[in-house]
Ligand binder design. Structure first.
Ligand SMILES: [Zn+2]
Length: 134
């Protein structure tokens, strides 16, 4: 497969997943607005109403992030930067791109990033003076 064919393939995948997300968002909004789904079955009270609102908000945030990532990847395809790690500039493996077409990092940098955010999260969770490494 040439680079151009490869880019076209990912472009199609990215465009397809972005329309799937948008359809899903549409559907979820309609279902929630019509009251056909809620978190407590037939028992509708203030708490479940609030939960629905939170749910819509969280879904919206999650989908927005995904759509942003897809948009960034599509721009990278146009600019020729697609498939390279944002951190180290190395080519991201075909295997990884097939699994995660919007990946911005190679597997090595992604792992470092995850370790780093875990350390940050655990620092936030506990008093740093009591922080013990295990
Ligand atoms: Zn990298």
């Amino acid at each position: 497969m040439t680079r151009k064919q490869q880019l076209n393939k990912y472009k199609k995948i990215l465009l397809a997943s972005s329309s799937t997300i948008m359809e899903q968002v549409d559907l979820e909004k309609k279902l929630l607005a019509s009251g056909e789904v809620n978190f407590r079955g037939d028992e509708i009270d203030l708490a479940s109403e609030q939960r629905n609102q939170e749910f819509i908000y969280l879904m919206g945030e999650r989908d927005k992030r995904k759509l942003d990532q897809i948009q960034i990847s599509l721009e990278k395809i146009e600019s020729g930067d697609f498939g390279f790690c944002d951190e180290c500039g190395e080519a991201i493996s075909e295997k990884r791109l097939s699994a995660v077409p919007c990946a911005s990092f190679c597997i090595d940098c992604q792992e470092k990033e995850e370790v780093f955010s875990k350390i940050n999260a655990s620092n936030l969770d506990q008093d740093s003076t009591n922080f013990k490494s295990e």
